[in-house]
Design a protein around this ligand. Structure first.
Ligand code: EPU
Length: 440
């Protein structure tokens, strides 16, 4: 069980580079099932969720290799495989995104119900509804979804659910629609930059998709998709987390390789909190000398403040000069971090899907337990500024989605150690997810 130890070490200062987007990479990797030639994806972060999907794709006859320059190459070597390994799917939600590509390209898919971060209810009804609308025959067998179709057919549908659009549901359905006959009009589509990136990648290998970034996406089916080379967008959640690390420590950090236009809602929150911001075409600087001011927001689908930054913003609010309220409309139960933050002396309460945070002057280090990826990041942020040592158990959650976060924070002046009771050699061998692990 990985443990992180953090000694509060004052303001973070300096410049770091953003990694490529985890969630955009996962979607593009799943889409590569449909490509008739080799795919080379640049910027794919070296994180466990990527390794897990690479493993799953290996079972599905797609060979995946990461080279030293960070490019991940994917190539179908055995298109007869249509059954996704149950244990691997259970580890990660995004693995369900192989369903649409498999049924569209290979005519059949058997994919177990997905696992993933425990952040509340995560149904898949919209994925299935969308694929069924395209003509897939869908049934359940012992907890596994079987989808079959000789050929999918374009159709008009609305994919929005009670909590708004679905990101991976939109991806699953639009990927399948690229190889359907005729035109699909997807209303209520997710507008996240990762969906736009997926569509740009698919268009670069021959798909005909228009309207990505809006809530109506039009997909004209094509006969086949080719191979190609593509660079994924920078990770806006990692960028946001690093900016929040600057803000919570009263520091001054520039994140290079970032896309400010993908983070406007977070930048507005940071501005409310009194953080001085400066941006260029591919960098963002956040600096603050005093305690943050209190702030309010509701996490919403894009272009709102992302739910994937809600926990980290909550960590910042624990030290604000007054009361902040933070609601989450996307995952109304995503508040496991509150109990852990309170162990550090944070004054937090919850009313339904809203956290109420009364800022305190200081946090005191303690032993915490991470429950999911973004909660883990929030606890790390709090640890950066807490007095004495904060220990975070179940820290493996962090490595699902952050590429070299500990190294990046330490390069800015933090004092974070992975598995402090192990030798340096053991730590090094644990920390990296090497090329051999990614190779399927
Ligand atoms: N929903 C349904 N039915 C469905 C699917 C979703 O009702 O069939 C509901 C969910 O319960 C939720 C809302 O729709 O209330 C939005 O969920 P969504 O489907 O968009 O989430 P997701 O696609 O499973 C992706 C990201 C998450 C991120 C959410 C929201 C990936 C691999 N995962 O999940 O990222 O929180 O969108 O933006 O892209 C993370 O990176 O830490 C992470 C959890």
């Amino acid at each position: 069980m990985d443990v992180i130890s953090i000694r509060g070490n004052g303001p973070l200062r300096g410049t770091v580079s953003a990694a490529g987007s985890k969630n955009a990479s996962l979607l593009a990797m799943a889409a590569s099932i449909m490509a008739d030639g080799p795919i080379a994806l640049g910027g794919v972060p070296d994180v466990t969720d990527v390794s897990t999907l690479a493993l799953l794709l290996g079972y599905l006859g797609v060979e995946t290799k990461r080279s030293a320059d960070g490019v991940v190459r994917l190539q179908t070597v055995d298109p007869s495989q249509v059954t996704a390994d149950v244990e691997t799917v259970s580890r990660m939600r995004a693995s369900f995104c192989v369903l649409g590509p498999l049924v569209a390209r290979r005519g059949r898919a058997a994919v177990a119900l997905p696992g993933g971060c425990r952040i509340g209810s995560r149904p898949i009804d919209l994925h299935l509804q969308g694929l069924a609308a395209l003509g897939a025959n869908i049934r359940f067998e012992h907890g596994t979804v079987i989808a079959e179709a000789k050929k999918l057919h374009g159709v008009e549908m609305n994919l929005s659910g009670l909590n708004g659009p679905t990101v991976t549901g939109t991806a699953n359905v639009l990927m399948a629609a690229t190889l359907a006959s005729g035109e699909t009009i997807l209303r209520g589509a997710a507008r996240e930059p990762e969906i736009v990136d997926l569509c740009e990648f698919l268009n670069s290998i021959g798909a005909r998709i228009e309207g990505a970034g809006g809530s109506t996406i039009r997909i004209r089916g094509v006969e086949q998709l080719s191979g190609g080379t593509y660079q994924v967008i920078p990770d806006r959640m990692e960028t946001g987390t690093l900016l929040l690390a600057a803000a919570i420590t009263g520091g001054d950090v520039t994140v290079r390789g970032a896309r400010p236009e993908h983070l406007e809602a977070l930048l507005a929150v940071l501005d409310d909190a009194g953080v001085m911001l400066d941006t260029g075409p591919n960098w963002i600087r956040a600096a603050i000398a005093d305690r943050p001011l209190p702030f309010q927001f509701t996490a919403l689908p894009y272009p709102g403040v992302p739910t994937d930054l809600q926990a980290q913003c909550t960590a910042l609010a624990t030290l604000a000069e007054g009361r902040s309220t933070i609601a989450d409309q996307v995952f109304p139960d995503r508040f496991a971090h509150l109990a852990e933050l309170s162990k550090l002396g944070a004054c937090v309460d919850r009313c339904g899907s809203t956290a109420i945070i009364d800022g305190v002057h200081r946090l005191q280090g303690d032993v915490l337990q991470a429950s999911d990826l973004r909660a883990a990041a929030a606890l790390v942020l709090a640890g950066l500024v807490a007095h004495d040592v904060t220990t975070i158990r179940r820290a493996h959650h962090l490595f699902r989605g952050y590429d070299r976060l500990i190294e990046k924070l330490n390069s800015l002046g933090a004092d974070v150690v992975l598995n402090p009771n192990e030798s340096e050699a053991e730590r090094r061998s644990q920390r990296r997810f090497s090329a051999s692990q990614v190779a399927a």
